[in-house]
Design a protein around this ligand. Structure first.
Ligand SMILES: [Zn+2]
Length: 99
């Protein structure tokens, strides 16, 4: 089961080489954060599930954001986006200075 760590639900099970929690689901390997997003009513088809917290193995639904692949790439390049995310995470966690 995921453990609580800094507000994140950190997946402690199997991970892929790039650090994402993964499980075998219907015969293929799926990212746990994608399953969690789908389980909470988010439409993930053909989309990227981004981490607001930048913790690759976090599976907390409130830390996940579904976006198009183009948006995801653009945001990763944008410092402005990172500061928006930082503010959002402050609200979620109620703490400043969270890595
Ligand atoms: Zn998180």
């Amino acid at each position: 089961m995921p453990a609580s760590e800094g507000g994140c639900w950190v997946w402690t099970g199997a991970r892929t080489n790039n650090g994402y929690g993964a499980v075998r689901h219907r015969g293929k390997v799926e990212y746990v954060h994608r399953i969690m997003a789908a389980a909470h009513g988010m439409n993930i088809d053909g989309r990227t599930v981004d981490h607001l917290c930048f913790t690759t193995n976090c599976v907390r639904p409130s830390h996940l954001l579904v976006c198009s692949r183009e948006e995801n790439t653009r945001r990763q390049r944008s410092n402005a986006w990172r500061s928006v995310v930082a503010e959002l995470m402050d609200e979620i966690n109620g703490v400043r200075g969270q890595a």
